[in-house]
Write a protein that binds this ligand. Structure first.
Ligand SMILES: C[S@@+](CC[C@H](N)C(=O)[O-])C[C@H]1O[C@@H](n2cnc3c(N)ncnc32)[C@H](O)[C@@H]1O
Length: 369
């Protein structure tokens, strides 16, 4: 109620697009939800759409299912030069009037609807190249019907903000919502991405649609993943083969992927199931690097690219290891250089400024401390 009373309408510019939004405490109680902190994420989705247009070789039919003020969808239409037709939907009538105003402000046209999201998805006859699902909390209520409306090779992009369930802060919620064992570990945030990937892949597999992660990141308080859909039972089976469990040895800090949950040793904890395949598609990242024009985004995408070169499902958090060894934290760039000199692959992770991804074992890494 407080947020509603203190919120005021302001006009802003994000990217090359202008909007009317509500400014106030960022909670779902805002009359029309808008989070200015998600600018980085919305900009990334504009660049992603340019890459998708190039990959598919056509202009795209796009759905912003839970549009709020229309910020994301309208930016995609205005800035990507990739959209043939845009659909915007929200069940909040005030959001819909903002969407209409914001389209007018930018002299753009789109199909706008004021429906409950599943009602929209069930009743539309349209198939989409890109569906964006940006809910409050979990995307679970919208997954099944969104997946049904994807064209072959179309992309489902989801944002998740119920991080406690995926970080392992609330293991019961993690199991209830994502059917995996999640615990607090030094690499919890990557674990969360991989559990989420597993969950969405399984929802796709129910419809014999392989939903392959092609661009993924965990930033601040949210997870963001883009999945490309391909129909077919054997493709789906292949993707499911990459779902594994992870055993984490809390004493030695070793991790190992295992096929079956009853395989663990006494000092290990069991995590997962999780998706152990690649979270990025390097082709997509290369294209995005071509299309971006901001230093901060270039740096971010390069880190994702470096990570994708390394076949590891978790990372080593240096302060955690240093604390265990009663040593100072070594300089991360020094360690990466040393590992590479020894013939290992190593890179930073976008998830933590003090995290290293490498194919070297923990024993090798500890030698360098
Ligand atoms: C997190 S906000 C979307 C923010 C927007 N994507 C942006 O970038 O500013 C979620 C929106 O979903 C809408 N919403 C929530 N549940 C819905 C449902 N079941 N059907 C339709 N809209 C819904 C809310 O009204 C809200 O505007």
């Amino acid at each position: 109620m407080k947020a509603r009373m203190s919120a005021k309408k302001i006009k802003i510019v994000e990217g090359r697009t202008r909007f009317w939004v509500y400014q106030g405490e960022i909670t779902r109680k805002l009359p029309v939800f808008f989070n200015p902190d998600k600018e980085f994420d919305r900009t990334l989705s504009v660049i992603f759409l340019k890459a998708l247009k190039k990959l598919l070789g056509r202009d795209l039919i796009v759905l912003d299912l839970l549009s709020g003020s229309g910020a994301r969808g309208i930016r995609l239409l205005n800035e990507s030069n990739a959209v043939e037709k845009l659909f915007l939907n929200d069940f909040n009538p005030r959001a819909v009037s903002f969407i209409k105003k914001n389209l007018e402000l930018n002299e753009l046209n789109a199909e706008v609807s004021n429906l409950e999201a599943n009602e929209f998805l069930i009743n539309t006859r349209q198939y989409f190249d890109f569906i964006d699902v940006d809910p409050f909390g979990s995307c679970n209520p919208f997954l099944e019907n969104s997946i049904k409306r994807l064209k072959n090779k179309g992309v489902l992009a989801i944002t998740i903000t119920d991080c406690g369930a995926l970080y392992g802060t609330y293991p019961k919620a993690g199991f209830r919502k994502y059917h995996s064992i999640v615990r607090r570990t030094p690499f919890s945030h990557e674990l969360g991405l991989r559990v989420l990937a597993k969950h969405v892949i399984e929802r796709g597999s129910e419809q014999e649609i392989a939903l392959e992660p092609i661009f993924s990141h965990q930033t601040r308080h949210y997870f963001r993943m883009y999945f490309q859909a391909r129909r077919g039972a054997s493709r789906t089976d292949k993707l499911l083969e990459k779902i594994k469990f992870l055993a984490f040895n809390q004493k030695t800090l070793e991790t190992r992927l295992i096929e079956k949950e009853f395989n663990i040793k006494k000092e290990e904890i069991l995590l997962g199931p999780l998706f152990a395949g690649n979270l990025q598609n390097k082709e997509v990242l290369k294209l995005m690097l071509e299309y971006q024009d901001e230093k901060k985004i270039e740096k971010f995408l390069k880190t994702l690219y470096d990570e994708a070169e390394i076949n590891a499902v978790s990372f080593y958090e240096l302060p955690f290891i240093a604390k265990k060894l009663h040593k100072n934290v070594p300089k991360i760039d020094f360690l990466i250089k040393k590992l590479k000199k020894k013939g290992y692959k190593a890179s930073r992770t976008h998830i933590s400024g003090q995290g290293i991804k490498t194919n070297a074992s923990i024993k090798e890494l500890i030698k360098l401390f």
